[in-house]
Design a protein around this ligand. Structure first.
Ligand SMILES: NC(=O)c1ccc[n+]([C@@H]2O[C@H](COP(=O)([O-])OP(=O)(O)OC[C@H]3O[C@@H](n4cnc5c(N)ncnc54)[C@H](OP(=O)(O)O)[C@@H]3O)[C@@H](O)[C@H]2O)c1
Length: 323
């Protein structure tokens, strides 16, 4: 009996020590550990950062913050007028800016060749594969339009793969580079009613981790950014709270913590923003996945029903106007 008690107390000590070490590592990562310095990738040395989907939300803030850090910026996004405004803002920060108007939902072979030319024309230190789209509201897979399905595949996955391929040769030759890929909590926990978005971010995660491992020996860091909600057009949230920050503080943390896992236990993944890190820590280690999927099902189904009611109200108001 005494022997059994000793065995159980050792197991108890081991379990407590394990969780204590996880908490200490978490706190060290989030509050203390510095990230890899951006000067390693050419900040302030005439190098360029490419940011896709850079005229709004997280991409816009990433482009501005990288400019503040001393990178010239190649701005790649859909709308020429917004790109021109962004270029003016970037130049006002004392660095160079170029723009490339590309609709990633329909890029022709010729356009990819042009993108490659533009990329080859500059020394690329950083690529931020930020562009991404989601649904208008949560819905069943068969309710999603063909156009939306194709756009999700083209923008969230194809663009990331092809943009990454444009920069790798020169980064490999120089043995230096940073590639940041916009992922999502929709890859940490599967998201019913957002199946194509969630699946595309699952792709981003495994693509990033696989390429990261391939190129680590070449001095290139590929990082999967597993983002929870941030105020933006996509998240349809304007007012920040503890869990949903504004893009600026979020991106500042990301760029100061390159190579720091934060709340994630996934390789080549970074979740350094405190509230997001806390959620990732809990979701990954303490919540059974099926329970999380069931929770997401109810949450997103509720959002779907609210969105449908809103659409119905709007249609009825339109009908009343035209009657
Ligand atoms: N915000 C969040 O809560 C959140 C959470 C998790 C992950 N993420 C990820 O973070 C990334 C950025 O999200 P966000 O919230 O910042 O998005 P956002 O505010 O909607 O901004 C999207 C940007 O992408 C551009 N864009 C959209 N479609 C495009 C296309 N077909 N071709 C080229 N550019 C296009 C937009 O240009 P226009 O201005 O011309 O439309 C805009 O600059 C996405 O990959 C998203 O999945 C965001």
């Amino acid at each position: 009996m005494a022997c059994l008690q000793t065995v159980f107390s050792y197991i108890g000590i081991a379990v407590v020590a394990y969780y204590a070490s996880l908490i200490v590592t978490f706190a060290y990562d989030v509050f203390v550990r510095p990230g890899v310095k951006l000067s390693k990738f050419g900040a302030g040395q005439g190098f360029w950062a490419i940011v896709t989907g850079c005229t709004d939300g997280l991409g816009r803030e990433t482009a501005l913050e990288l400019a503040r850090k001393g990178f010239n910026i190649l701005l790649v996004s859909r709308s020429q007028d917004k790109l021109d405004l962004m270029a003016t803002e970037v130049r006002a920060l004392g660095v160079e800016a170029r723009v490339l108007a590309v609709d990633f939902a329909k890029v022709s072979v010729e356009q990819w060749a042009e993108i490659q030319q533009q990329v080859d024309d500059v020394r690329v230190g950083v690529l931020v594969n930020n562009v991404g789209v989601s649904y208008d509201y949560p819905m069943f897979l068969e309710e999603v339009s063909e156009e939306t399905v194709d756009a999700l595949v083209d923008i969230n996955m194809r663009a990331m793969v092809k943009m990454t391929r444009t920069v790798l040769p020169q980064m490999k030759e120089r043995k230096s580079g940073l590639i940041l890929n916009s992922g999502s909590f929709a890859a940490l926990l599967p998201s019913p009613f957002l199946s194509v978005y969630s699946g595309s971010k699952g792709f981003v995660k495994y693509f990033s981790q696989s390429v990261a491992s391939e190129v680590a020996k070449d001095g290139i860091i590929v990082e999967h950014l597993q983002t929870y909600f941030v105020c933006s057009k996509m998240s349809k949230t304007k007012k920040p709270n503890f869990f949903i920050p504004l893009p600026k503080p979020y991106i500042k943390t990301i760029l100061n913590k390159i190579g720091v896992q934060g709340g994630s236990s996934e390789p080549y993944t970074s979740v350094p923003f405190f509230s997001h890190a806390l959620m990732a820590f809990v979701a990954e280690r303490l919540v059974p996945k099926q329970a999380a999927i069931d929770y997401n099902f109810n949450l997103l189904n509720g959002l779907r029903k609210r969105a449908l009611k809103k659409i119905q109200r709007e249609q009825e108001a339109d009908k009343a106007k035209t009657a």
